[in-house]
Structure formats: structure tokens, C-alpha cells
Design a protein around this ligand. Structure first.
Ligand SMILES: CCCCCCCCCCCCCCCCCCCCCCCCCCCCCC(=O)SCCNC(=O)CCNC(=O)[C@H](O)C(C)(C)COP(=O)(O)OP(=O)(O)OC[C@H]1O[C@@H](n2cnc3c(N)ncnc32)[C@H](O)[C@@H]1OP(=O)(O)O
Ligand SMILES: NC(=O)C1=CN([C@@H]2O[C@H](COP(=O)(O)OP(=O)(O)OC[C@H]3O[C@@H](n4cnc5c(N)ncnc54)[C@H](OP(=O)(O)O)[C@@H]3O)[C@@H](O)[C@H]2O)C=CC1
Length: 515
């Protein structure tokens, strides 16, 4: 019997960010392992022309929830979507809904955040700091609350090289930042942003660090814990391998490499690629929820959910495996063949960006124009280059995260819980994981049919022939131009032609003699 699954039985659980990548995997696991839970409240905003109900319906009817429906057929009744916008005062939750949340919630998992690296500081503070503060305030009014689990990121202190499971204070107090965002105008915020974020690369990591400080400062009598995952990737095992549904982090680059847009990337092949599968993060999160509620540690514990110190893999190995998988299982309608390389210097990066990214995009757009279609490749390529520049910080450095609390928790679990809520990253085989990740990108994110693989391979062969033809034509044109302009080139050309002629004549003569 799993103690953790048993613990969540009959409980009312509040999840923020349940419509996000991690939130969905968390909900799925909760329903699958504790189908007798009372209710999961999710704070959802209407979005992209969809009502709340439509959003929930879409999630529950996705492939991710297929297994849940077998063990928990009444899952629709156990999920209660509450209209909320975390950017608004009191989250714009109705009085009635608020009353229900305050009265019944047993556990909170706070996953919602803006994960955009380039978000305006005002917005990032609003969601990653102020909303966390408000949620803690709400939590303090919940008589039945047993644990509040805050999802942060292992990169909240990426300005340090070695990171312990402690909160590192930022120079300016979060409360001062929250206050100042209320009265400073955008132009001034833009001006002070670089000074505030200091040696962090973006507003995301900075505001996540502030969010942790808020959790510590507002803890009061609450049972709190913070989880810091590193780069969350597709699922490893549960509910099935390779599930992913957004382009954040490495996923977008895997798509770009598979479609042949990404040909070169400024990365350090030997740098540790601290990826962590989403199901490992979720298993740890649920184990932490149980431990925090039942064992009530005296202080707020921080858990690193990282792979680097227990089972390291580097970007070079991952990149090679990504490309090897695309050899066997290519994506459909690729722009070019999947063939990418790492560069390490700025100069070579600029060179390959011009030759391998911008030039083919310009040529393709020219072709689109000629055939009466709207050019789009240059725009797409510029976006990719912008994304690459944002991610570069993370693929050219290595960090060390200590994992004492995470390992301590593992030792507290029963053998059954260690199996059902497995977060032991040492058991993960990277090559197998990456292959399933790439397959998952094809199947679940791009929704490509496996039956289309032969056609995709044919398409790549055609691209290879076009590539050879193009290079030969380019060479002949360049050579023709050179011959027209240079006596030396003409002499070399004359020498090569006469050499070939003599060579052929010699062979013809010797074969005639043999006869
Ligand atoms: C030893 C020998 C070596 C030899 C080697 C040889 C082999 C060579 C192999 C080459 C490579 C092979 C494949 C590569 C595989 C592995 C390498 C992967 C490296 C990955 C590094 C990831 C690092 C992540 C670090 C994360 C740290 C923190 C983690 C967290 O806590 S939070 C989660 C992370 N958050 C994000 O990822 C958000 C990032 N996104 C943004 O901030 C923004 O979207 C943006 C990038 C700034 C772009 O903003 P815009 O306003 O310009 O655009 P918008 O958001 O509207 O999107 C526009 C379109 O772009 C698409 N898109 C968005 N994000 C990505 C993305 N990450 N990748 C690709 N595309 C993306 C988006 O979908 C839009 O498209 P549209 O809908 O079609 O318009
Ligand atoms: N993905 C990763 O690599 C990592 C993620 N993390 C952390 O994990 C958590 C979850 O990340 P992930 O699932 O990847 O992120 P997603 O971007 O996939 O999900 C973010 C969630 O927050 C919700 N949200 C955003 N703004 C609001 C708002 N104003 N009101 C209500 N809800 C809102 C989104 O709702 P909507 O669907 O309406 O947009 C969505 O459900 C975050 O705290 C993140 O910092 C940490 C390390 C790595």
C-alpha cells in the first residue's frame, strides 16, 4: 500500500498552473494514484476564445488522461475549475468560490508562473512574486491547510556556481520591488531592470528568486516547502514515455533541429545538461506534499530536483542522440535535413548563422515570392535565432546543485512509495530517454503519424539531392566566373582538363593492348 497515495485520498487539493505543462502531469498522477481524492480545484483563466469548461474538457480528453479515465471514470466530477486571473486583485475569484477554497483546501501546489525569459519586469513580478504573496495570504486563512508546495526553479540562483538547498537573499527586498512596480512607469522599470537582475540573465530567474524570498518571509504558521526543478523535459515513464506538449526549453530546439531549421548552436558540448523528466518532478512534488503535511518539518525545506550530480549527461551526448533518432524517425516536411553542430566562439556562431540559417531562409523566401506565395522563412529564422540567444546562457555553463533534502526524502519513503513515486534520477538511461523524448515530440506535440515515416524519409532523400544539385551548380557558376576573370584559373583549368584527357587516353590504350 502506498502511504503517499493513501494520504491524498479524500483530500481537497488546490493547483495553480494546472493548465501548464507540469500542472497537467501533476493532476494526471494525482487522479491516477489517488482516485478517491475529494476534489482538485484548479485556478484557470479563460484563454484564446475558450471558456473554462472548454479548457478543462480539452485537458481531460487529451491522450495524457487516457489511463486516468480507466481508474477514475468520474474524473470530470472531481475537477473543479475556478475562474481566476493571478494578475488581478484577489485573483478575481468570486466570493462564493473563494469561500469554498478557504473552507476546504487541504494542500496547495503553486505551479503557475510566467516562464518567459524576456517578460517585462512588471509582469514577471506580478505573477512570480505578488501572486505568490497573495496565495500565501489566502493559504493563511485556510483552517484545513496541511501543506503549501511552491514550485520554483533550480536556476533562481543561476548567478552562483554551487547552489545549496537554501534561500539566497536578493539585495532588494521583494516587498520594495512589489511596491515600486505599482508606481514606476514602464520606461523607468526598463532602465532599472538590468541593475536589479544583476548577474542573472533574465527577469524570469530573478523574479523566481524573489518568489522564494516571499515564501520564506510570509511563512507564518504554514507548512511550506519549495521544489526547484532544473530543465523540465518530456516524461520518462509515466503515464507513458515522451509526453510533452509545449516548446519550452529543449523541446523547441529539438523541433527546430528535426525540421532542419537549426543547423548550428552556440553550446559547450561538455557542459552538464541538467534535464529532469516531468514525471520525476511530479513524483517528488507529491512526495514532498505528503512529507510536509505529515512530518511537518520545523523549517521550510527546499528540494533540488536536478540530475547533474546524480546522473550527469552533457549537451554533446544529448545533441548526438537527438540527431541519431531523427535519422531513424524523421519529422515530416522538413525544411532541410536534420544536421546540426555545436559552435563555441562568437565568430563561428555569427558565420554559421549567416551561412546556415539566414542565407537558406532568404533563398527560400525568394523562391516563395517567385511562386506567388507569401515569404515567411526569414521571420521564422529570426525568431529561432532570438530564442537561441536566450537559451545560450544555460547551455554554455554547468552548475552544481546539492540534493541532501531530496535524498533524505527518498530514504524516508517505503519501498512501495519509492516505486510508485519514483524520483530517483539515477535509474534513468539518458540515451533511451532522449530517443523517447524525440519520438514524443513527433507524436504528441507535432501530432505526426508514425505511418508517415517512409514518406518523411523520401522527402529527406529529395532534399539531399537538391542539396547536391545546388552545391554543384554553385561550384560551376563560381568556377565559370573565376575562369572568365583570372589567367591563373584558366591555366589551372587547362592543366586539369589536359591531365584528365591524358589519363583517359592512357586507359583506353592499355585496354586496347590487352585485347
Ligand atoms: C562532443 C561532440 C559534440 C558534437 C555535437 C554534435 C551534435 C549537435 C547537435 C545540435 C542540436 C540538436 C538538438 C538540440 C537538442 C539539445 C540541445 C537543447 C538545448 C536546450 C537548452 C534549454 C535551456 C533551457 C534553460 C531553462 C532554464 C530554466 C528552466 C525554467 O525554469 S522555465 C522553462 C523554460 N522557459 C522557457 O523555455 C521559455 C523560453 N521562451 C521564451 O522566453 C520566449 O518564448 C522567447 C524564446 C523569448 C521568444 O519570445 P517571442 O515573443 O519572440 O516569441 P513567442 O514566445 O511568442 O514565440 C514565438 C514562436 O517561437 C516559438 N518558441 C517559443 N519558445 C521556443 C523555444 N524554446 N524553442 C523554439 N521555439 C520556441 C513559439 O512556439 C512561437 O512559435 P509560433 O507559435 O509558431 O509562432
Ligand atoms: N518548464 C520548465 O523547464 C521548468 C518549470 N519550472 C517551474 O514550474 C512551474 C510550471 O512550469 P510549466 O508548467 O513549465 O509552465 P507553463 O508555462 O507550461 O504553465 C504556466 C501555468 O501558469 C498559468 N498562468 C500563467 N499566468 C497566469 C495567470 N495570470 N492567471 C492564472 N494562471 C496563469 C498558465 O495558465 P494558462 O494556461 O492560462 O496560460 C499555466 O497553467 C513554474 O513555476 C516554473 O517556474 C521550473 C523549472 C523548469
Amino acid at each position: 500500500m502506498s502511504m503517499i497515495a493513501d494520504f491524498y485520498g479524500g483530500k481537497s487539493i488546490l493547483i495553480t498552473g494546472a493548465t501548464g505543462f507540469l500542472g497537467k502531469v501533476l493532476m494526471e498522477k494525482l487522479f491516477r494514484t489517488s482516485p478517491d481524492l475529494r476534489v482538485i480545484y484548479i485556478l484557470v483563466r479563460p484563454k484564446a476564445g475558450q471558456t473554462l469548461q472548454q479548457r478543462v474538457f480539452q485537458i481531460l480528453n487529451s491522450k495524457l488522461f487516457e489511463k486516468v479515465k480507466e481508474v477514475c471514470p468520474n474524473v470530470h466530477e472531481k475537477i473543479r475549475a475556478i475562474s481566476a486571473d493571478l494578475n488581478q486583485n484577489d485573483f478575481a475569484i468570486s466570493m462564493q468560490d473563494m469561500q469554498e477554497l478557504l473552507s476546504y483546501t487541504d494542500i496547495i501546489f503553486h505551479c503557475a508562473a510566467t516562464v518567459r525569459f524576456d517578460d517585462h519586469l512588471r509582469h514577471a513580478v506580478q505573477l512570480n512574486v505578488t501572486a505568490t504573496q497573495q496565495l500565501l495570504l489566502m493559504a493563511s486563512q485556510m483552517p484545513n491547510l496541511k501543506a503549501f508546495i511552491h514550485i520554483s526553479t533550480a536556476f533562481s540562483n543561476c548567478n552562483l556556481k554551487h547552489i545549496d538547498e537554501v534561500i539566497y537573499p536578493c539585495p532588494v527586498e521583494p516587498k520594495k520591488i512589489i511596491d515600486s512596480m505599482e508606481w514606476l512607469d514602464d520606461a523607468i522599470i526598463d532602465e532599472i531592470t538590468p541593475k536589479l537582475i544583476g548577474d542573472r540573465p533574465n527577469t524570469y530567474t530573478y523574479t523566481k528568486a524573489l518568489g522564494e524570498m516571499v515564501v520564506q518571509q510570509e511563512s507564518g504558521k504554514l507548512n511550506l516547502a519549495i521544489i526547484r526543478p532544473s530543465i523540465v523535459g518530456a516524461t520518462w515513464q509515466e503515464p507513458f514515455p515522451g509526453w510533452v506538449d509545449n516548446v519550452n526549453g529543449p523541446t523547441g530546439l529539438i523541433v527546430a533541429a528535426g525540421k532542419g531549421f537549426l543547423r548550428s548552436i552556440r553550446a559547450t558540448p561538455m557542459a552538464v545538461a541538467d534535464l529532469i523528466p516531468a514525471d520525476i518532478v511530479v513524483n517528488l512534488t507529491l512526495a514532498v506534499g505528503w512529507y510536509t503535511a505529515v512530518h511537518r518539518p520545523k523549517s521550510t525545506l527546499i528540494y533540488h530536483c536536478t540530475s547533474g550530480n546524480l546522473n550527469p549527461c552533457n549537451w554533446g551526448k544529448m545533441g548526438i542522440q537527438v540527431l541519431a533518432t531523427f535519422e531513424k524517425i524523421p519529422l515530416e516536411r522538413a525544411f532541410r535535413r536534420p544536421k546540426a553542430d555545436f559552435t563555441t566562439s562568437n565568430v563561428t556562431t555569427q558565420y554559421w548563422n549567416a551561412v546556415s540559417h539566414r542565407a537558406p531562409a532568404i533563398i527560400y523566401d525568394f523562391y516563395l515570392r517567385l511562386t506567388g506565395r507569401k515569404p515567411r522563412m526569414t521571420k521564422l529564422m529570426n525568431r529561432l535565432l532570438r530564442t537561441l540567444s536566450m537559451l545560450e546562457y544555460f547551455i554554455n555553463r554547468s552548475w552544481e546543485w546539492s540534493t541532501y533534502n531530496t535524498e533524505m526524502l527518498m530514504s524516508k519513503l517505503s519501498p512501495e512509495d519509492q516505486r510508485v513515486f519514483n524520483f530517483d534520477v539515477r535509474q534513468l538511461n539518458w540515451l533511451e530517454y532522449i530517443e523517447n523524448y524525440v519520438l514524443g515530440v513527433k507524436k504528441y506535440l507535432l501530432k505526426e503519424d508514425m505511418a508517415g515515416i517512409p514518406e518523411a524519409k523520401q522527402h529527406l532523400k529529395r532534399l539531399r539531392n537538391i542539396h547536391y544539385l545546388f552545391n554543384t551548380a554553385l561550384f560551376l557558376i563560381a568556377w565559370r566566373l573565376l575562369i572568365a576573370r583570372s589567367q591563373v584559373a584558366r591555366n589551372v583549368w587547362f592543366f586539369i582538363v589536359s591531365f584528365c584527357y591524358k589519363f583517359l587516353s592512357y586507359f583506353r590504350a592499355s585496354s586496347t593492348l590487352k585485347v
